[in-house]
Ligand binder design. Sequence first.
Ligand SMILES: Nc1ncnc2c1ncn2[C@@H]1O[C@H](COP(=O)(O)OP(=O)(O)O)[C@@H](O)[C@H]1O
Ligand SMILES: [Mg+2]
Length: 381
Amino acid sequence: MSTVSFKNISKIFDDGTLAVTAFDLDIADGELMVLVGPSGCGKTTLLRMLAGLETVSSGELLIDGRVVNPLPPQQRDIAMVFQNYALYPHMTVRRNLEFPLRMMKLGKDERRQRVSEVAGLLGLTALLERKPRELSGGQRQRVAMGRAIVREPKVFLMDEPLSNLDARLRLQIRGEIAALQRRMRTTTLYVTHDQVEAMTLGDRVAVIDQGRLQQVDEPQNLYAHPANIFVARFIGSPGMNIFRTELHPTEDRGLAIDWGRQRLPLHAGQAHALRKYLGKTLYAGLRPEAIHYPDAPDVEATIVVKIESIEALGHESLLYFGYEGRMEETRGDLSPDNNMVSPLMVARLAGTPDAGAGESLRLGLALKQLYFFDAEGSAIC
Ligand SMILES: Nc1ncnc2c1ncn2[C@@H]1O[C@H](COP(=O)(O)OP(=O)(O)O)[C@@H](O)[C@H]1O
Ligand SMILES: [Mg+2]
């Protein structure tokens, strides 16, 4: 039974780098919490602070409701698996797995018992007498994981444990980690910069940018209800298209927005939520999945786009196109919009479109699926 809480945690390194700011997060007993965000956003620093390998500048870390800030790593009962796991090359798999148990001064029978259990769990039983150099990358990674599991810690920390593996192996071991975690139900914090990995693995996912928590929720809710533009663009592959727009009253007392030189009418519900943003900065978002061929069922408006490039994946294609209008004005300059708006729009289309780069194509928009964000990038609706 273990819960973990970050309470208003900040970290400033000696050189003045602000790595984590006012970070709050509660992880439930047995939960698999994924921390995801771009490189440098503070993920490793968060794990290292929890493990006791890095001091906390301010705030409290709690394990099972107990403040652990002053405790040395050995007393926190946490096991960590790193990206660059190192096995002892001269020791067999069995000895590698046993090593932490010897450090814990467990007796021989108990050691044997735990090692054989963990080896069984991870499919390493037949490999116990091998040396690390006689193992594949995936097998070595399993041994590294086994060495953390065998200690039966309160909490597992995994810092991009799969990033050195090839894509196929990553997929396989990701599945194994999820299954293992579900079986053992040890509270786990898993760090990755890969949003697909985060979405497929986490019970909940915490999205981090520049040392700040942006949103924490179940994967599907992050996708359906992003709290801000950062999350909207980060979650999804590719992420949400964002463009700057403005509101215009229509003759029937509704509202419309600009998409390039075109006006797109909004639904009554959208107009209701947005009325107070008339004359104000507004960003609109549309997922690549909400841009279709013009004859698709939920299409309510069509636009003609000039294709920049196409990535044909067989069963579907990603079609990239420029956004004529405000985006052209901001592209290449340093206006704050550049962190907000997408440099290119992208549509996810079934099959392969009958057109190529440089050509024009008519696309359909599912306007019901528009998202709106205010000048700060916070979600409105
Ligand atoms: N020992 C350190 N001294 C100064 N800055 C550091 C140190 N370790 C990490 N940083 C900085 O803190 C920020 C967060 O780093 P890190 O936690 O490693 O990010 P992530 O794991 O998300 O890639 C980065 O800007 C990084 O350069
Ligand atoms: Mg890191």
